[in-house]
Design a protein around this ligand. Structure first.
Ligand code: NAP
Length: 252
């Protein structure tokens, strides 16, 4: 049996855990950072919390005698991605990346593409706007510098109220439907939507809704993923890779 660590916190990681749950040749452990208060219980063993940097992860991999790591963290989880490369290099085991494709603008979109969250705050401009933030919790503080705007936040968990004055918090977890996204933009009279270029189907409807409603999108580009990691776009491709890898290991 092969011991497999999945670095998770994404739809892809959950789908992969689901696919691996019935596979007798893999002993799978799914790891969550613990940033979301109530992760859905997965169908494989799981653990919660950081490892203590790349060294901590390397020690964890050695102690648990893991054979392979799949980094299926979010496209914006840059630190964990870097640590996964360093730790698997140090231990000498393979690393597979799962990274969903980016969203791209299509005809009718009004996107301002920016390189980071501070640039997103600047891109809101000086005229007070009604702004929908769908960026999670971590980067809210940079919007303090754009305090003239009225912020509505959609987030899985409630934010710390001291970080940024928010006019309304919508507590919701995707997937989201187009009709509901259009209703949200219209009812709240949203003028600008701020989002990370996370990619994926579960939260893409907001972009279509923005196009339909003439809402400007401030799109934050992804950090560059680490170089030299074999990467696939989804859980199905990761399963294919795993089967091919195992067959090669067994020499069949
Ligand atoms: P990050 O900045 O790359 O990582 C920060 C630290 O969190 C890491 O150094 C690690 O701590 C710990 N960590 C991250 N992912 C982990 C995992 N799967 N298991 C155990 N520890 C983990 O990551 P982030 O952007 O804060 O994201 C945290 C988690 O939320 C990830 O699992 C990610 O997939 C998920 N997520 C992130 C976003 C986003 O927009 N960033 C969106 C949706 C979901 P140590 O150094 O102590 O090991």
């Amino acid at each position: 049996m092969r011991k497999l660590l999945i670095l998770g916190g994404t739809t892809e990681a959950s789908a992969l855990a689901q696919a691996l749950a019935g596979e007798p040749e893999f002993d799978t452990l799914l790891s969550f950072a613990g940033t979301t208060r109530a992760p859905r219980p997965p169908p494989v063993r799981h653990r919660i919390g950081g490892f203590g940097g790349a060294e901590g992860l390397a020690a964890f991999l050695r102690a648990g005698r893991f054979d392979l790591v799949i980094d299926a963290t979010h496209p914006f989880a840059a630190t964990m991605k870097r640590n996964a490369v360093r730790a698997t290099d140090a231990v000498g085991i393979p690393l597979l990346g799962v990274l969903r494709p980016e969203w791209s603008p299509v005809a009718g979109d009004d996107w301002i593409v920016v390189a980071g969250m501070a640039a997103a705050a600047r891109a809101l401009g000086d005229v007070p706007r009604r702004v929908l933030l769908t960026i999670g919790q971590k980067d809210l503080a940079v919007f303090r510098n754009a305090a003239g705007h009225s912020f509505i936040l959609r987030s899985v968990d409630p934010p710390d109220p001291d970080v940024l004055p928010i006019a309304e918090v919508i507590s919701a977890r995707g997937p989201f439907l187009l009709a509901d996204e259009i209703t949200l933009l219209r009812q709240r009279r949203i003028e600008i939507l701020v989002t990370k270029n996370s990619g994926g189907a579960a939260t893409a409807a907001k972009l279509e809704a923005a196009r339909a409603c003439g809402v400007r999108v401030v799109m934050v580009e992804r950090p560059a993923p680490p170089e030299g990691v074999v990467t696939v776009p989804d859980a199905a491709a990761a399963m294919q890779w795993l089967r091919a890898h195992e067959a090669a290991e067994r020499g069949v």
